[in-house]
Write a protein that binds this ligand. Sequence first.
Ligand code: 46W
Ligand code: 46W
Length: 325
Amino acid sequence: QSGSVAANPEQYDESYLCPVQVGGQTLNLDFDTGSADLWVFSTLTPASESTGHAKYNPKTSGKAKSGYTWNISYGDNSGASGTVYADKVVVGGVTATSQAVEAATSVSTQFMQDTDNDGLLGLAFSTINTVQPQQQTTFFDTVKGTLAKKLFTVDLKAGTAGTYDFGYIDNSKYSGTITYVPVKTTNGFWEFTAGAATANNRSLGSVGDAIADTGTTLMYLPTAVTSAYYAQISGSTNSADAGGYIFPCDADVPDFHIAIGGKSFTVPGEYINFTPADNSGEQCFGGIQPNTGIGFTILGDVFLKAMFVVFDQTTSAPRLGFAAQ
Ligand SMILES: CC1CCN(C(=N)N)CC1
Ligand SMILES: CC1CCN(C(=N)N)CC1
């Protein structure tokens, strides 16, 4: 089987939500290649935490996995926890007849407040799934044996709907050729080695160990690369108050170039002029921020919306394919 689902941007492209049928109910889920749990708001989530969200009702067709629990926390200190059911999940026409559906019994305020978001669909490696006493597979791992090709592609866009495709590569969605690089799976992420970064024809240094992460909004780069980038923008500062690098909204924000697999890819400067940093609209928050404390680079949505990316498990060695949109 194969299929395609729309990836609809939230305000400022902060995250992208995809309609998914869970036990016959449609929920809008944040597809996240940086985690491996499929969890949903549910009828088990306290009303005080789930107002405004679509909820999964396991009573319809869910089979309880007795004694199974899950508990996840994300980089931004958001998180959720709950119990586990087996149920039918359909993404863009691709059907998992029995997928572990993690029903939330508790969610953090960040999730409570984002009423467009009804949960997450993890697309990292199942080795980091949080279900106990027995780890469960991601939707992709559940269905991959039934897909025409064991791969999915990500085509996020700036300010408009993109797509996640499962089982095939749509050659109309990218320009030029796809450059493949090997993936390191030991941390459970789609992790690879990126190369040199430049802006305004100046070297910014090497990016190095990086993950392709649809669940993270911005790009978190090595501190040396980040400071060398903002040295090109007059008036930019690293503001503790704002929580990162900001600059005048009318600044000339240079394109960011990164080498992957020996090919150069460009993130337009306009994607890096990310959002107003304050109500005055005078200072803007940068789409490139330092990866301090993370341990590797995160290439999130600001990067991905300039790219077409193939998450490929067609061979025993997973790989990532990158092409310009
Ligand atoms: C390393 C971190 C990257 C951001 N995360 C995520 N997309 N789920 C959490 C893990
Ligand atoms: C990877 C996840 C990080 C936490 N999220 C959030 N706060 N809205 C969702 C995505």
